[in-house]
Design a protein around this ligand. Sequence first.
Ligand SMILES: Nc1ncnc2c1ncn2[C@@H]1O[C@H](COP(=O)(O)OP(=O)(O)OP(=O)(O)O)[C@@H](O)[C@H]1O
Ligand SMILES: [Mg+2]
Length: 340
Amino acid sequence: MTDFIEVDGVEKVFDVRRKTGFLRRERTQVRAVDSLSFTVGRGEMVGYIGPNGAGKSTTIKMLTGILTPSGGRLRVAGIDPARERTRLAHRIGVVFGQRTTLWWDLPLIDSYRLMHRMYRIPDARYAANLDRLVELLGLADLLDRPVRQLSLGQRMRGDIAAALLHDPDVLYLDEPTIGLDVVSKAKVRDFLRELNAERGTTVLLTTHDLQDIEQLCKRVMVIDHGRMMYDGPLAGLHEAGESERVLVVDLERELPPIDAGAPARVVRVEGPRQWLAFPASASAAPLVARIAAEYPLVDLSVREPDIETVIAEMLRSLGDGRGAGNTGGTPKPPPDRATA
Ligand SMILES: Nc1ncnc2c1ncn2[C@@H]1O[C@H](COP(=O)(O)OP(=O)(O)OP(=O)(O)O)[C@@H](O)[C@H]1O
Ligand SMILES: [Mg+2]
């Protein structure tokens, strides 16, 4: 696989002026991205996660050329984003979940017509892409409505279509499912999976929803304080942080705590309902089979840990010096804060 995105020792330092008192201002620097290096191959779909303020959006802005790095080297499709932003624009699509690129007061279709012109998309290709995106994203009834009248989920689908009208090779998604309900999230995920499988579009996905990653990305990168903390498969991240999933079991009647065998253990009992924690990296199947065979089972469900918990666990385990073990991923050592 050829490297499509190359990030090599990239830094981003922001100068910020802080008011520290009456007529007193202090200039400080925020190191939003700190010696960051990674590559993404063509056609890969990679999750890019980390706590608030970790530097995710800053990275994406540098990869689009909106922000210029303070140091290091960046290439997307062989192009230096900051130096050739316009040329790069034809190769990339961007969706910022918190903002829209659509014209607020215009009908949705007018935004698309404007992009048709702006990107100089050949007419036949524009028409074919529009048809396909309208169908896949369910936009047919929305095209004549002003964007400001759309619901959040509708607008997000509209934004995703806008980012793809010019057939970009890479799509950056910065929290595309934020604030969406379960059904809308599922629609967006289905679409992205199909886009990646059929067109081979390279996708870099930032999200605070672990299920987005679980359902879409084989590989996940975790960033904290601007530094890469982990790069590898999601299962490895679970192992690194020793995070747990919870099996919620409804029995026919109230019973003493279930003996499911290590490593599963009952963490809560409420009448006929019991909660069993087990390592997130393990399969639930043997546990479920055992409980079903030995207990009067009515119903059960598995609860996933949320992304914040998984990341916090992993960062804590790295900080403890226990390391992340041999997970197949590449847990990075804790950053040296002495220089900060
Ligand atoms: N234009 C700016 N000027 C000054 N500081 C900035 C600027 N943009 C970002 N920062 C700072 O850089 C750091 C990284 O911000 P960034 O938006 O990249 O985080 P993030 O990982 O996207 O977080 P979130 O999950 O909250 O979206 C933060 O400390 C933020 O305050
Ligand atoms: Mg962000």
